[in-house]
Design a protein around this ligand. Structure first.
Ligand code: NDP
Ligand code: 2IT
Length: 448
């Protein structure tokens, strides 16, 4: 598994100290393995214990969130914020509200975020946070009270130049509004301390669409450069039907593809005529309903229980946009057998490590999450710039900057993959390209 004693030692030590943190160890293993070729050429990494410091968060916060539900019952949830690495800028990363959230998930997301933010080329360090709060089935007032309670603790740890949270699973425009409102009330100041804000109060145009659009811009460039191909007339499968999935679907269609399937955690819909995005948007964005309801609008579509079956459908391009480890080796084999040419990750760590390695081995275009889905946080960075300038750019201006960033990210990671001698190893390309800048900054900043 490891070729160097140093990296092996770092990982074994990490395992000992975080033995129950499955997702965190998975992300760390993936990153450390692919950094080995870089580390052997840079002895200053080992000499300064950069890796030992890189895998240890600068700060990990856990706190109680108590709130009152609509029945008058007191509810207690757990809140988290990991401030992972601030060597290239203030901590930046989303908040996830989902019952599965725990320390392991927050730390894997935080570690990934450090390298992702580095790849954007913007000056942002990495952080992540969230809660095991389940937004499903909660009233609007319950969501508001929870967000207010969450921010009543979080506010003291964040700031526009310290740590700038945003959305992730279960945290969209509505939640960011409530969180921002509470921060403003407590601090009595209006600053860009959160991104993904509504347009009337300091949000950036394109932030809502950014992760999905960026995923398609990245993939379009990869298709062009690696296979002289494009989205035109391709069949696409997208897992999930949340923020990332919806805008990936919109852009893939605009680029000439036909999206034939989307999902949620219960199951997937297959529409051979092409998914009608307006229907998905109305079910998910307006009614917060289930993807199954697609059938009541489009009776010719097919619904299957179980989210993972989606990968058995033949397609040219697969865009996993739901959650971690949703695409395992068996799914990867089915995709390859059915002729997939590109798999690009909108979600964070959706492919297991075995699945990712299988795509690389089979010379499938593989867009690793930290590169392919960086458009969301990159546009958050642009929102921060606009807030600092007390100015706002047009939709076209932000969209063009996003496109330029995604194309640049592809070329940066592809260049490293080529230097490694395997153009399909974009996984190592992304990890090394992201790590190099962080390591250089850490070396310059003195021991901390
Ligand atoms: P949303 O909450 O808007 O949507 C999440 C979607 O994923 C829903 O369709 C949800 O289904 C599905 N999903 C969640 N958990 C599971 C699960 N355990 N199994 C199957 N499906 C599941 O979140 P986003 O679209 O914002 O996030 C999706 C992914 O993209 C996440 O991995 C996130 O970390 C990543 N990401 C998000 C960015 C952003 O800007 N929002 C930026 C970069 C990455 P259901 O409704 O049934 O729960
Ligand atoms: O995973 C991610 O990059 C996000 N959820 C977006 C983070 C952000 O700060 O915009």
């Amino acid at each position: 598994m490891f070729q160097t004693d140093y990296v092996k030692r770092v990982f074994e030590d990490l395992k000992k100290r975080n033995e129950n943190e499955k997702e965190f160890l998975q992300a760390a293993l993936e990153i450390l393995e692919s950094l080995e070729s870089y580390i052997v050429k840079h002895p200053e990494i080992e000499n300064n214990k950069i890796l030992e410091r890189f895998v240890e968060p600068e700060r990990f916060l856990q706190f109680r969130v108590s709130w009152v539900d609509d029945q008058g019952e007191v509810q207690v949830n757990r809140g988290y914020r990991v401030q992972f690495n601030s060597s290239i800028g203030p901590y930046k990363g989303g908040l996830r509200f989902h019952p599965s959230v725990n320390a392991s998930i927050i730390k894997f997301l935080g570690l990934e975020q450090v390298l992702k933010n580095s790849l954007t080329s913007l000056p942002m360090g990495g952080g992540k946070g969230g809660s095991d709060f389940d937004p499903k089935g909660k009233s609007d007032h319950e969501i508001m009270r929870f967000c207010q309670a969450f921010m009543t603790e979080l506010y003291r740890h964040i700031g526009e130049d310290t740590d700038i949270p945003a959305g992730d699973i279960g945290v969209g425009a509505r939640e960011i509004g409530y969180l921002f409102g509470q921060y403003k009330r407590i601090q009595n100041k209006t600053v860009g301390v959160l991104t993904g804000k509504g347009i009337p109060f300091g949000g950036s145009l394109v932030r809502t669409e950014a992760t999905g659009y960026g995923l398609c811009y990245f993939t379009e460039e990869a298709l062009k450069i690696m296979k002289n191909e494009s989205f035109q007339n391709k069949t696409v499968i997208i897992s999930g039907s949340g923020n990332v999935a919806i805008y990936a679907c919109q852009k893939a269609k605009e680029l000439g593809a036909k999206v034939i399937a989307m999902s949620d955690s219960n199951g997937y819909v297959y529409d051979s005529n092409g998914i009608q995005l307006e229907v998905v948007k109305s079910i998910k964005e307006e009614k917060r309903g289930r993807i199954k309801e697609y059938l009541s609008y489009v009776p010719t579509a097919v619904y299957q229980e179980g989210a993972s079956g989606i990968w058995q459908l033949p397609c040219d391009i697969a865009l996993p946009c739901a959650t971690q480890n949703e695409l395992d080796l068996e799914a990867a084999k089915a995709l390859v057998k059915n002729g997939v040419i590109a798999v690009s990750e909108g979600a964070n760590m959706p492919s297991t490590l075995e699945a990712a390695k299988y795509f690389i081995e089979k010379k499938i275009i593989y867009g690793p999450a930290k590169a392919a889905n960086a458009g969301g946080v990159a546009t958050s960075g642009l929102e921060m710039s606009q807030n600092s300038l007390r100015y706002s750019w047009s939709f076209e201006e932000v969209d063009q900057k996003l496109k330029d960033i995604m194309v640049q990210i592809f070329h940066n990671i592809y260049k490293v993959a080529l230097e490694l001698g395997n153009p399909y190893d974009t996984l190592s390309g992304a990890n090394i390209a992201g790590f190099e800048k962080v390591a250089k900054a850490m070396l310059s900043l003195g021991i901390y």
